[in-house]
Design a protein around this ligand. Sequence first.
Ligand SMILES: [Zn+2]
Length: 104
Amino acid sequence: MAAEYTTETRTEEHSKLTAKICDKCGGRYAPNDDSPFALNLVHNFGVFFGYGSEFDNAVWSFDLCEPCLLDFVATFRQAPTGFAGEDFEEWAQARRTNTEIGGE
Ligand SMILES: [Zn+2]
């Protein structure tokens, strides 16, 4: 069996993630020479509201930058699962103190 081929040129468009925005503070994180892994500093969260919730069966998704996430976690009474490396209460207290306006 014989086959014939021709060459054709195609232009394709691809979406490429270039920045992430924190839904809380609005901070924009885009990789650059000083921070090549900036996209890793914004985290996505998903929440499913079950039956009986004010938001019954809704699904929320949002992004928080690491500073906003750490400020939030520092308000927890208990360490999140996986928190490692430091005493959580000591870390949380220091985080809350350092991020308060004017400090203590
Ligand atoms: Zn933020």
